[in-house]
Design a protein around this ligand. Sequence first.
Ligand code: NAD
Ligand SMILES: O=C(O)C1=N[C@H](C(=O)O)CCC1
Length: 265
Amino acid sequence: MEEIKIVIAGARGRMGSEAVKLVGDTAHFSLVAVVDHKHEGKSLKELEGFDVDVPIYTDIEKCFVETKPDVLIDLTTPEIGKIHTKKALLNGVRPVVGTTGFSEEDLKELQQLTEEKGIGAIIAPNFALGAILMMKFSQMAARYFQDVEIIEQHHDQKLDAPSGTGLKTAEMIATVRDEKQQGHPNEKELLTGARGANYNGIRLHSVRLPGLIAHQEVLFGGDGQTLKIRHDSYNRASFMSGVKLAVENVMKVDLLVYGLENILE
Ligand SMILES: NC(=O)c1ccc[n+]([C@@H]2O[C@H](COP(=O)([O-])OP(=O)(O)OC[C@H]3O[C@@H](n4cnc5c(N)ncnc54)[C@H](O)[C@@H]3O)[C@@H](O)[C@H]2O)c1
Ligand SMILES: O=C(O)C1=N[C@H](C(=O)O)CCC1
């Protein structure tokens, strides 16, 4: 297999440090640099917990020009992730984005940019294969059960709510379900937010607690029955086979792929 040269943004983070391991463990992947908001000019090896000798850049464009990567893996924050993704496309680098918190407008803008530049990008709200199946099964179930609520649960350091996965699940369900307001037509929230966020009438509830990693239950209700579809990630390694798949596939596409379900065979 041809070597794929990779830059990781957010390499010191919970996901980024797993991605550094993944790249190191994959024969045809080669880490050429990392991007951080500090430690300019140091080697990653100088930081505790890493033994990879690659340069750290704080300026992502300088990093692209000097190290000429094929792929950027972005695992940062919603605000920074958008800037990095745009800069990658403008510099001919294919982004694989795990960072969540992008709006519909952001996605449209990035899609337009991939079309203009003619290079691929993958934005995956969830890299765990089980989570992709959970979303697909939920979409299947929604054809038969129109009443559905999504309960996503994450660690308490998460910046965005609802989670990228929760939102993507609602979007996928909405493609097969007519817009419908659920619950009693006269229901009233005594405390704002009690009924959760509302996407086309689908209610989304976000739980944030220490001890959690990433979990989601999609709850369907029908006459005298409920159906629950649940996925749990117990560690960040659970996301890495999806990251690998995305890096390999981003080299083969020339448009924006939003969601790993679009490349899973
Ligand atoms: N798609 C998935 O499967 C998946 C799974 C887990 C997390 N995530 C998402 O990935 C992102 C990262 O999650 P995390 O738990 O690793 O967060 P984290 O806070 O542990 O890591 C974020 C990293 O980004 C770095 N960073 C911040 N500003 C930066 C900048 N300007 N330039 C470079 N790096 C910068 C931070 O230093 C930190 O190391 C979040 O958006 C999260 O929602 C996605
Ligand atoms: O830990 C996080 O943050 C996660 N974010 C993604 C999301 O927003 O759906 C995927 C799961 C973990």
